[in-house]
Design a protein around this ligand. Structure first.
Ligand code: FPP
Length: 227
């Protein structure tokens, strides 16, 4: 193991604090989400420079359906607009889009847009994985059922059926806005991940913050249960 700095391959982020950002700035919640999308855009633009193979973002959880109809509508419209406006940039910057979660359950027009985006970015070098209608317990249950259908359920056969099966192991999980919970995100995948929490609200998160987290990660010694 030694003291070689460890280079992260896969970082996941729980983007939290859009609502509090809006409240603090005395603007509607939708504006907080809008600024949240801008923070996403900044990170995607910086993806190449981070050297990461994969960035996974928690954009809409299975539990988010409990929010008001108006807020869900705002989030879905932001999604539509984001795909439309940023897809050409993804393609130009070699970003490969991946969606995890039960995303086929979203509105038909969004599913169609996503399918088109997946096809257009299939050859990209670095992956942006977006969790949509995602719940980790549901993902594990689905994977276990599939593994059982195929044969024996083992750690390996279950993992091979997770939505993230083709992604590198999760190295680092970030949550913004001061909360320190997993909220049903990547429970299985986080088994050996490092955690980095910040009080920064998601709309204020910049590539520099990600750089700070990656620097700290590089200095941590990971033992994977060994010595
Ligand atoms: C948490 O803030 C954020 C969300 C529930 C949604 C995250 C979504 C985005 C950043 C925009 C959509 C993303 C894409 C990729 C288009 P919160 O509302 O829970 O904040 P609060 O806890 O302060 O109320």
């Amino acid at each position: 193991m030694g003291s070689e700095p460890t280079k992260a391959r896969h970082v996941a982020i729980i983007m939290d604090g859009n609502g509090r950002w809006a409240k603090r700035h005395h603007v509607p919640r939708a504006m907080g989400h809008q600024r949240g999308v801008e923070a996403v855009r900044r990170l995607v633009r910086a993806l190449e420079a981070t050297g990461l193979e994969c960035l996974t973002l928690y954009a809409f959880s299975s539990e988010n359906w409990n929010r008001s109809e108006e807020e869900i509508g705002d989030l879905m419209n932001l999604m539509r607009r984001f795909i439309k406006s940023d897809l050409p940039e993804f393609v130009a910057n070699d970003v490969k889009l991946k969606i995890i979660g039960d995303w086929k359950g979203l509105a038909a027009d969004i599913v169609a847009m996503l399918e088109d985006a997946l096809a257009q970015t299939a050859k990209g070098k670095r992956t942006l994985a977006v969790a949509l209608n995602y719940g980790s317990q549901q993902e594990i249950a689905r994977a276990a059922a599939k593994a059982a259908e195929e044969g024996e359920v083992t750690v390996e056969s279950l993992a091979a059926n997770l939505d993230t099966a083709d992604l590198p192991p999760l190295d680092l999980l970030i949550r913004t806005s001061g909360e320190q919970r997993l909220s049903n995100f990547l429970l299985w995948q986080a088994a050996y991940a490092e955690f980095w929490f910040t009080d920064v609200l998601w709309p204020d998160f910049t590539p520099e913050h990600l750089g700070e987290a990656l620097d700290q990660f590089a200095r941590r010694e990971r033992r994977y249960g060994g010595r």
